[in-house]
Write a protein that binds this ligand. Structure first.
Ligand SMILES: Nc1ncnc2c1ncn2[C@@H]1O[C@H](COP(=O)(O)OP(=O)(O)OP(=O)(O)O)[C@@H](O)[C@H]1O
Length: 440
């Protein structure tokens, strides 16, 4: 039974309120002053404390010091609404001005109790998640993911450069964020830069900043993104896309801890921790002279290789449940549940777009499903899949080529990219690289 402590010095009000709350099926204990209330709080657990602001031996708000997460509702007279507001600033959950009618009081009590219940459930859920998944928001029960979590914990405590490798959508950025969050730099900024998203001509000045007049259009002096990460962490995603000039400047930052803006003669000291990610074959890029070898060796002090989702199938179900819940919350839809047939379809899929593709499929299912249960048709996975055949050994490029050829006439580029779990830009780039331009 919900237990309420009522603290009120006026006998008539205390008795009337006790009657009202008891009638509403709450268990009520009462006290007429601060000292007896404090005594009761030391002896029993309460779900809510309702207290008058002015008590003979002090202010009701003082009870906040002995309450941990029990909400405190302050009763106050109209004349002292200002002090009620102050009470809220000190941590009271709400206040109610006297005289109040009975319904008003009951509604207020019900709302505070519901709020507390939700907070408790939330806390419990977080505790369970923390126990199951030590890195916030990173779900994975496979030995491969456990190993990655251990590495994240270990490298987070250091200032080491970490190179995170893996196919698109495997969670490289998530790992970078986890390392920053668990590091001593967590209170300082994490600056995330997707090198592939910055036009080549702007890359150097965006990253390293420029002096006024450094190039046409440089009307003012500007700080770069590397400088913005001073004291914190810089995450360079798609580091394989850095131009040779940007590679040289970055090497200088790593070697000497100095940064020089484009067009500047002087360097300045900088303190950043670098995390980098790529889905590209940096060794091949070094061999072809596209990536500086010295930078490559600096980057790979610690490497984290993110496994493709198809290499850790035991993660598919827990990830799907987590992402379904996340999508339902985001889309403010009621909770959904995966039918067994949908789980089977998820387990059978090849997941070329990895966790991002899974996330998109589940979001789609939340939108398409009418009821509580998610069926395979709501996931709308590409039908061309036949994972138990020779396609198991099909390379990603072959899969991409086949998927695009089969679906490009019936889908828009956005749909194609979504189904493949990549961005539109990545789809365009891959089309160029593979000589498969978009049909006119
Ligand atoms: N282990 C995981 N648990 C929960 N969510 C995950 C996990 N891995 C990835 N995700 C989610 O999948 C999506 C893609 O992840 P992320 O952006 O980190 O991948 P990426 O490898 O950096 O992709 P890209 O190379 O395309 O930038 C994100 O929404 C991320 O939150």
């Amino acid at each position: 039974m919900t237990h309420i402590l009522l603290v009120e010095d006026e006998d008539v009000i205390r008795e009337a309120l006790t009657k009202l709350l008891s009638k509403a099926s709450y268990q009520v204990s009462s006290a007429a002053d601060l000292a007896s209330a404090q005594g009761l709080l030391g002896l029993e657990m309460f779900d809510l404390v309702i207290s008058d602001l002015r008590l003979p031996d002090g202010e009701g708000i003082e009870l906040i010091k002995v309450l941990s997460d029990t909400p405190l509702l302050i009763m106050t007279s109209f004349a002292s609404v200002r002090s009620a507001v102050n009470a809220m600033k000190q941590g009271a959950a709400d206040y109610i001005a006297k005289p109040f009618d009975h319904d008003e009081m009951l509604l207020c009590v019900a709302r505070l109790l519901r709020q507390r219940q939700l907070e408790r459930e939330n806390q419990q859920l977080h505790q369970e998640l923390d126990q199951r998944y030590p890195i916030e928001g990173m779900v994975g029960e496979s030995p491969l993911m456990h190993q990655i979590c251990r590495t994240v914990e270990r490298v987070a405590a250091t200032d080491t450069i970490v190179l995170i490798r893996g196919e698109s959508g495997t969670g490289k950025e998530l790992v970078a964020r986890a390392i920053h969050k668990k590091s001593g730099r967590a209170q300082a900024p994490l600056v995330v830069v997707n090198c592939a998203a910055i036009p080549e001509g702007l890359l150097e000045s965006e990253l390293f900043g420029h002096e006024k007049g450094a190039f046409t259009g440089a009307l003012t002096r500007r700080q770069g993104l590397v400088e913005a990460a001073h004291g914190g962490t810089l995450f360079l995603d798609e580091i394989g896309e850095l131009t040779p000039a940007a590679q040289s400047r970055l090497l200088r930052v790593l070697q000497d801890g100095e940064i020089r803006r484009v067009g500047a003669n002087e360097s300045q000291r900088i303190d950043v921790r670098l995390l980098a990610a790529t889905h590209r074959d940096l060794e091949a890029m070094v061999a072809q002279g596209e990536f500086r070898e010295d930078l490559y060796y600096r980057l790979r002090v610690v490497e984290i290789a993110m496994p493709a989702l198809r290499q850790r199938r035991e993660d598919i179900t827990p990830l799907a449940e987590f992402l379904l819940d996340k999508a339902s919350r985001r889309l403010k839809s009621p909770a959904r549940r995966l039918d067994e047939s949908a789980v089977k379809a998820l387990l059978a899929h090849h997941w070329p777009g990895n966790v991002r593709e899974l996330e998109n499929a589940l979001e789609r299912s939340v939108i398409l499903a009418d009821g509580e249960v998610i069926l395979p048709e709501h996931l709308a996975l590409p039908s061309s899949e036949a994972p138990d055949t020779a396609q198991k050994t099909e390379s990603l490029d072959d899969y991409f080529r086949r998927f695009v050829q089969e679906n490009q006439l019936s889908m828009t580029e956005t749909e194609l990219a979504q189904r493949l779990g990549i961005s539109r830009k990545a789809l365009w780039e891959r089309r160029q690289r593979m000589g498969m331009p978009r049909p006119g």
